[in-house]
Each structure stands twice: as structure tokens, then as C-alpha cells.
Design a protein around this ligand. Structure first.
Ligand SMILES: Cc1ncc(COP(=O)(O)O)c(C=O)c1O
Length: 422
């Protein structure tokens, strides 16, 4: 291994070590190298307070407590710490306890699960919904439930791992189209012609912040009779006049066969959901293993998510604040010459290029200057486009944004211009 920085986790998963309990020797050599240790020192960074816009960490660099402006969490609408949401969770914990204590079909369904399910279906303008204990589990369970060996699933190449894993579990043949490229999607649809086929795309792509070409996808979906599965993890409650997501944004909700979302981002909680027609929802309840073989979502979280949907949809104030902050951040980042890719959402990549060393040294300097912005490394993003990723929140104040922008300019923009590694 000449240069450890040329390697990543993508290189060590498959190995033929006869002892399945022993990590491969080359992985051990790589992970213990000081440069790799430095990179991994930023993973699992402990937060000592809520992941709000202002938080505190126990620094992995020097073990000190540090107040931080937090631009790395998915708490886009600040609902994780909204007083009404917290109160709903507290009341539910007192009334129902901490666990649903059963799978939904057996003994785990509470009245609040039914209530939340109806609210999600209404938000997505569908007949019914399923709520899962995890967002990851929602995608895996939904795809595994409806697709089979002999079917085709055509994914945007930037699809989240939970979608890919669902595809693998389903046994369907998996094809990938070039990111958001309708010509490439059509080529894949031609390959799958005559087979049961599902198109999988995301509303907002989580590493780039660009939105899918839903009108283009709908056109091809209709031409090839291939329904659409849309992952709206980063667009639910954010896009559309009523927070319905990208489907509502384009006025194409009814063209989406299955609309998926997670409650770990704008909703400020945890858990996943799908919304679809009633007959399919009923079918999926029998076959989505992560739904029917897994405990129903925890009561405090369920009650909190009911309140989150209520707060986020009773008016558009949180959404408007988040969009105003997104515009402010983007305008200023662009003015200082930052490469923010093709973002047209609250997810703003700050692309720094191929150097892992720069990525991690900038991470440390940002942290020491009070800005919590976690590095995104290959293989999560292409090796030539390592980056930071700003998650804009309605909670940011102008003072926070100005401070953060100054730090970004000093550390990243000036660093890249001078090729300096701090
Ligand atoms: C596009 C997308 N889908 C699904 C998920 C899984 O959601 P969760 O983290 O709530 O399990 C994520 C999480 O980051 C995501 O970005």
C-alpha cells in the first residue's frame, strides 16, 4: 500500500480471509495508519447537546468541550427541538411508555400510529401509508415487498444505500441510469422492456442537493408503463406549498406510485414511511419484513412526529425561514467563489476536490474555529469531489451565518486558493 490516502472503505469489504471473525490484514494495516486514523477521528464526533443550530461537542481533536455553530445536522426545520414537539413526546412517554412492545400486525399498533399514518397519507395526497421504525428499513422493506426475481428496478446512479439494499434483497435485476439523465433512463427502460419495472429516484439528492427531473421521469414512466418510487427523504416538508415534497412542487403527486420519506430529517425525529394507494399498502403490510417483523415506532417519537407534521403544515413560516437562509448562504458562498455544485435545495455541497488531506485538515481547523461541518469523503462521493455539506436550517440566525461564512472563507476558500493545508 504505497499511499494510504488512495484507499477507502470501498477497497476492503470483500475478502477471502478464512477466519470470518478476522478483518482482512490489509484493512488492519490501512485503518491503523496515522493518516487514516486522523480521518476517522472525525467520525462519531460526540455532541453534548441537541443537534440544533447552536450545539456543543466533546472534541475528538483534544477532548475539550466546544460550543459550535452546527451546519451539519439534518434538523432542517428545527423540529427536533421545537417545544411543542418535545412536549408531545413527553406526554406520550408518560401515557404509553417508551416502546410499542410489538410488531404492528400483532400488538404494536397504538392509536397514535394510526393517526400519524393518516397524516402522512394526507401530506402525500395518497390513500394510505405505512410507518417504519427506521428510514433505512422503510426503503429496504418497501422494495423487498413489491419486487421479485425476474423484475427490473432502474435506479438513478446516486440512489441512497437503503434503496440499493432493498433492491438486492428483492432479487430483482438492478439497472442504473446516469444521474438525472433522461436519455440514459430511457436506454435502461428499453433494456427492461416487457418486464415488470420500477423506476427509483430521489426528490433531493443527499450529497449534491440537486432535485430530480420529475417531469422527465413521469413522461418516461408513462411511455414505458414503469411506475415511480420517489425517495423524498430530503424534500418532504421542505418543498411544495403544503410541504408535500417534490411531487407537490411539480404538481405531479398523483404520478408517483410510491412516495417514501424519513422522519429523521425535516421532521426532527426518526423512522421512515411510504405513502401509496390503499390496495398496495394493504399488500405491503403482508410482505414488507422491516414493517411486519419489526417493533412499531416508539410512542414518544410517534406522538412527536404527529406534532411535527402539524407544526410544519399549519403555516409555511418554518419553510420560509429555511429557504431565506438557504438563499443567504448560497449567495454569499457563490460570491466568495465556493464550488457548490448544482444544488437547488437546502443541501449545499462545498466541494473541495480530490485531496483527502485537505478535507481533514480543513475539518479540524473549522472545528477549532467553532464551525461544526463534517467531511464527506470517498466512497460516499466521487474521489475527485470530496466535500463538506451544509445542511441549512430555519434555526440559523444572520449572526451565525455571517460567522460561519467568515470561517469558511478563511479556512476553505483561502486554503484552496493558496493550496495551503492548515
Ligand atoms: C435519500 C435517503 N434515503 C433514505 C435514508 C435513510 O433514512 P434514515 O437515516 O432515517 O434511516 C437517507 C438517510 O440519510 C437518505 O439520505
Amino acid at each position: 500500500m504505497s499511499d494510504v490516502t488512495n484507499y477507502s472503505l470501498a477497497d476492503f469489504h470483500y475478502n477471502n480471509n478464512p477466519d470470518v471473525l478476522a478483518p482482512p490484514a490489509d484493512f488492519e494495516a490501512w485503518i491503523n495508519h496515522p493518516k487514516v486514523q486522523q480521518a476517522f477521528s472525525f467520525t462519531g464526533q460526540q455532541l453534548l447537546k441537541a443537534p440544533a443550530a447552536q450545539t456543543e461537542i466533546l472534541s475528538n481533536i483534544d477532548g475539550k468541550r466546544r460550543p459550535m455553530i452546527n451546519m451539519t445536522s439534518y434538523n432542517y426545520l428545527g423540529l427536533s427541538t421545537h417545544p411543542e414537539v418535545i412536549q408531545a413526546a413527553q406526554e406520550a412517554a408518560a401515557k404509553y411508555g417508551m416502546s410499542s412492545s410489538g410488531a404492528p400486525l400483532v400488538s404494536g399498533t397504538l392509536d397514535i400510529h394510526v393517526q400519524l399514518t393518516k397524516m402522512i397519507a394526507k401530506l402525500k395526497q395518497k390513500e394510505d401509508a405505512l410507518i417504519f421504525s427506521s428510514g433505512y428499513g422503510g426503503n429496504v422493506g418497501a422494495l423487498q415487498a413489491i419486487m421479485r426475481k425476474g423484475d427490473f428496478i432502474i435506479f438513478d446512479e446516486k440512489s441512497h444505500k437503503s434503496l440499493i439494499d432493498g433492491g438486492v434483497l428483492s432479487g430483482a435485476k438492478m439497472l442504473f441510469f446516469d444521474h438525472n439523465n433522461m436519455q440514459s433512463l430511457e436506454q435502461m427502460l428499453e433494456k427492461a422492456k416487457g418486464k415488470r419495472t420500477l423506476i427509483v429516484a430521489e426528490g433531493v439528492y443527499s450529497m449534491d442537493g440537486d432535485i430530480c427531473d420529475l417531469p422527465g421521469i413521469v413522461k418516461l414512466s408513462e411511455a414505458y408503463n414503469a411506475p415511480i418510487y420517489l425517495d423524498e427523504a430530503h424534500s418532504s416538508l421542505m418543498f411544495g406549498e403544503h410541504g408535500g415534497g417534490i411531487g407537490e412542487h411539480f404538481g405531479l403527486e398523483d404520478k408517483i406510485g410510491i412516495n417514501y420519506g424519513t422522519m429523521s430529517k425535516s421532521f426532527g425525529g426518526v423512522g421512515g414511511f411510504i405513502a401509496t394507494k390503499a390496495s398496495l399498502a394493504r399488500y405491503m403490510k403482508g410482505y414488507a419484513s422491516s414493517w411486519n417483523f419489526s417493533c412499531a415506532p416508539s410512542p414518544p417519537v410517534t406522538a412527536a412526529m404527529i406534532k411535527s407534521v402539524e407544526v410544519a403544515t399549519r403555516d409555511s413560516s418554518l419553510r420560509n425561514a429555511m429557504w431565506a437562509n438557504t438563499r443567504y448562504m448560497k449567495e454569499n458562498l457563490q460570491a466568495m467563489g465556493a464550488d457548490i455544485g448544482d444544488s437547488n435545495s437546502q443541501v449545499i455541497p462545498l466541494i473541495i476536490g480530490p485531496s483527502g488531506e485537505k478535507l481533514f485538515s480543513y475539518t479540524a481547523e473549522l472545528q477549532l474555529r467553532g464551525l461544526f461541518l463534517q467531511p464527506i469523503d470517498y466512497p460516499a462521493v466521487p474521489a475527485h469531489a470530496r466535500r463538506f455539506r451544509i445542511s441549512v436550517s430555519s434555526q440559523f440566525t444572520k449572526a451565525m451565518m455571517d460567522t460561519a461564512l467568515n470561517v469558511i472563507e478563511d479556512v476553505i476558500i483561502k486554503g484552496l486558493k493558496t493550496s495551503r493545508t492548515p
